[in-house]
Design a protein around this ligand. Structure first.
Ligand code: ADP
Ligand code: MG
Length: 139
């Protein structure tokens, strides 16, 4: 299997509860390497653009409001099969459906405030990584 990079975001509900380290620990224990990381506050325009694929969904405006409600930590995770491995470690979008031991099962507050984002395909991972990071920041 090939080494992949994927984009992860620790969302405002998690940074607010001081869970960055706890979430990073779960990622690292699963074998994902955090090869780039920064904490920032998204502008409304950035959040709208990042979640553009969901712009026609009923939850889009609330999701954008939530994502700009506090700081996020954006990171690049690397490892074998990293895109799908990270999705497994994250757990289902709705925490009530997430498996035991997953980040969302343990930490998410709701289907919206679900603590983490992770790219869902290798192609989206490439686009999402370049949305936040330049190549010299990924080492
Ligand atoms: P995932 O983050 O698991 O890939 P989606 O891409 O479907 O999930 O949705 C993006 C984000 O939008 C979710 O992580 C969650 O924060 C929010 N979201 C998804 N579905 C709902 C919903 N039914 N109600 C409110 N927020 C939602
Ligand atoms: Mg998604």
């Amino acid at each position: 299997m090939a080494i992949e990079n994927t984009l992860s975001i620790i969302k405002p509900d998690a940074t607010d509860r001081n869970l960055t380290g706890a979430i990073n620990s779960k990622l690292e224990k699963a074998g994902l390497k955090i090869i780039a990381q920064k904490r920032l506050k998204l502008s409304r325009e950035m959040a709208q653009k990042f979640y553009e694929v969901h712009k026609d969904r009923p939850f889009y405006n609330d999701l954008v409001d939530f994502m700009i409600s506090g700081p996020v930590v954006v990171q690049v995770l690397s490892g074998e099969n990293a895109v799908m491995l990270n999705r497994e470690v994250m757990g289902a979008t709705n925490p009530s459906e997430a498996k035991d031991g997953t980040i969302r099962k343990e930490f998410a507050l709701s289907i919206e405030a679900n603590s983490v984002h992770g790219s869902d395909s290798l192609e989206n991972a490439k686009n999402e990584i370049s949305f936040f990071f330049s190549s010299i920041e990924i080492v």
